[in-house]
Design a protein around this ligand. Structure first.
Ligand code: R5P
Length: 305
């Protein structure tokens, strides 16, 4: 049996290089490109027979990445890989977890079914689990959820003076509570009404609670940034400018510029999605999760014959 080999489908993502070093595995060589008609070409240049194959791919802006990713998993199996695992720092298609309007597709469940049929395991960071409490509700493969809260708590503790954590909506409570407990600092939750993709309102924080504190808006995902922007606008009217912290900085279109223009004092994200706001690294967290997954998978593996 050969040592695990890690391939990156996120181009030259610096985080996947760091993972190769942290896990002490071989960095595999793979070629992907588009044919002139835009169909996917994919070729492995590293032998895969009887190997544990790990594919790294963060799934922000997912639709262009998903088909190459599925082909990569299928080809690895076809070429004799023993197991094919996925490290996916940002897991896409988690937010549509319910039929809000008649006829809507519950894409989180359909996406999970497709991924579960192509991979043997999955490691990810803080997937958007809201109505579902665990990935096992929709993923039928071993799926490990890692939490960035201790890393964010450490960043806040060492960078922000007298922080007051503010969650923009009930969904962010799980992340805000976990961070506030570790920082040992107070937290408040706002209420959000979403009327459309970019039409969001959040409630006004009580100005009395802001006195002598640096407000820190915390959310798991920033997409259009409208949720954060509404919070920033209220805080600006109350005479203060918050630090904005998100686990996954998707920043659709001009979201980042809009958030800065709205008056955010600083915008900080983890490096699950590459962006200039990345200030909190998740490589060691991912490496630990992958080591545990490989150990568990080996214990379960019964060699053929
Ligand atoms: C909500 O479900 C999430 O926790 C985030 O609050 C949301 O994804 C943020 O989206 P946007 O940046 O588009 O307001």
């Amino acid at each position: 049996m050969y040592a695990p080999v890690l391939f990156s489908l996120s181009g030259a993502a610096p985080i996947s290089r760091s993972l190769v070093r942290a896990l002490n595995v071989e960095e595999g060589r793979m070629e992907t490109r588009r044919f002139p008609d835009s169909e996917v070409y994919l070729r492995y240049h590293t032998p895969l027979a009887d190997r544990e194959v790990i594919i790294f791919c963060s799934l922000d802006r997912p639709d262009d990445k998903i088909l190459p990713l599925l082909y990569a998993a299928a080809a690895a199996r076809d070429l004799g890989a023993r197991k094919v695992g996925l490290i996916c720092p940002y897991l896409a298609y988690m937010r549509q977890d319910k039929r809000f309007q008649p006829g809507e597709a519950i894409t989180s469940a359909y996406f999970a079914a497709v991924m579960s049929s192509h991979f043997d395991w999955l490691v990810t960071v803080d997937p958007h689990l809201h109505r579902r409490k665990s990935l096992s509700k929709i993923y039928s493969i071993p799926a490990r959820t890692l939490h960035a809260a201790p890393l964010i708590a450490e960043w806040i503790s060492t960078t922000v003076t007298r922080p007051l954590l503010i969650g923009p909506d009930g969904e962010s409570k799980q992340w805000v509570d976990a961070i506030a407990e570790k920082v040992n600092t107070p937290s408040i939750m706002l209420e959000k009404t979403r009327r459309g993709d970019r039409d969001v309102e959040v409630s006004i924080p009580d100005p009395k609670l802001l006195a002598n504190h640096t407000p820190v808006l915390v959310d798991d995902i920033v997409s259009t940034a409208q949720t954060m922007i509404k919070g920033v606008q209220h805080l600006k009217k109350a005479g203060t400018r918050p630090v904005c912290v998100a686990i996954h900085g998707i920043f659709a279109g001009s979201a980042y510029q809009d958030l800065v223009a709205a008056g955010a004092d600083r915008v900080v994200t983890t490096d699950t999605v590459p962006h200039e706001t990345n200030a909190i690294g998740v490589v060691d967290l991912l490496a630990q999760g992958v080591r545990e997954m490989l150990r568990d998978e080996r214990q379960l593996f019964i060699p053929p014959g």
